[in-house]
Design a protein around this ligand. Structure first.
Ligand code: A3P
Length: 300
């Protein structure tokens, strides 16, 4: 049975999404039904040296995936393939099984969708957080910039998108549900090794955060190497690598003139988008939804 559903914003603009167990996924087309794909992912085997990068979409997954890949390889050569080649949402289990170890799996999904063996194998999880106002702006540019087929086309205006985002009616579902679920999971599964990385901290002090990642991954790269990783993974260099150097089968999924996966790479771009009224509404929703959370987001 098809899980595709139309998400319609308050201005009447729609986009398709797979609606499964309270989550909205982009309208990916696979050889199997999307719900079957997710069941297969849940049951897939995890290897002892797998690492998983997790975060709500637009939290800096590409960046941290490249950093972790270089640390694991001990080389600042760009990984030949793109992050999406190990993306649980779209890669069928057979494709993931054909990857050589160590795998650097990545996903924007909630914990309930992840392979069950992550818990039993105590897989290392790198968990990314970014302030939800910048995430909203980044996601809006992503969904309006895409040209990946009719089902993906969304032409809503910013105000209507922001309303949909606050209701969780966007790709990835509710940011609030996503981070609150992860917070609960991390607190409950104390034996699961999880390193939380804030996008804003990576921007402020990339070297210390690359060193934290190195230690967490157990690779102990020296500070000179970590500094080389910081430089190789700068916004400009990663953008260039993705657009020119890698085997990038997603090069043509963007409308001409749009920025693609690497757009601006800054903290606080939300101030260029939010009106005073939008910001007040956002803050009120944020205060209510996050009232029992210990998570601290950095909006500046
Ligand atoms: P913007 O749209 O605000 O520019 P993800 O990889 O999870 O989809 O996140 C994408 C966001 O991370 C985009 O944000 C992108 O520009 C930003 N990003 C990617 N690489 C970066 C880097 N090296 N430094 C800073 N931001 C980066």
């Amino acid at each position: 049975m098809s899980t595709l559903k139309l998400l319609t914003d308050k201005g009447g603009n729609s986009v398709y999404a797979h609606s499964i167990d309270g989550h909205y996924f982009p309208p990916f087309t696979l050889d199997v039904e999307y719900a079957t794909h997710l069941e297969n992912i849940k049951k897939m085997h995890i290897r002892d040296d797998d690492v998983v990068v997790v975060g709500y979409g637009k939290s800096g997954t590409h960046w941290v995936w490249e950093v972790a890949g270089m640390l694991m390889a001990g080389s600042t050569n760009y990984i030949r393939n793109i992050k999406e080649s190990q993306f649980l949402e779209v890669k069928e289990v057979a494709v993931l099984e054909a990857l050589t170890s160590p795998r650097l799996l990545n996903t924007h999904m909630g914990f309930r969708f992840l392979p069950s063996e992550i818990v039993t194998k105590r897989t290392k999880v790198i968990y990314l957080l970014r302030n939800p106002k910048d995430v909203a702006v980044s996601l809006y540019n992503h969904v309006t910039g895409m040209n990946a087929g009719e089902k993906y086309l969304y032409n809503g205006i910013w105000d209507d998108f922001l309303d949909a985002y606050l209701q969780g009616k966007v790709f990835g579902g509710s940011w609030f549900d996503s981070v609150l679920n992860w917070e609960k999971t991390v607190a409950a599964l104390t034996e699961l090794p999880v390193l939380t990385v804030h996008y804003e901290d990576m921007k402020k002090d990339p070297l210390s955060n690359v060193q934290r990642l190195s230690e967490f991954l157990g690779v102990q790269r020296d500070s000179e190497f970590c500094q080389e990783v910081v430089e190789a993974c700068s916004f400009k260099k990663l953008k260039h690598a993705k657009e020119n150097l890698k085997e990038n089968y997603l090069r043509n999924v963007w409308k001409p003139g749009t920025a693609g996966f690497y757009r601006k790479g800054e903290v606080g771009d939300w101030k260029n988008w939010f009106t005073v009224a939008q910001n007040e509404r956002f803050d009120a929703v944020y205060a209510e939804k996050m009232k029992n959370s210990k998570l601290k987001m950095q909006f500046e």
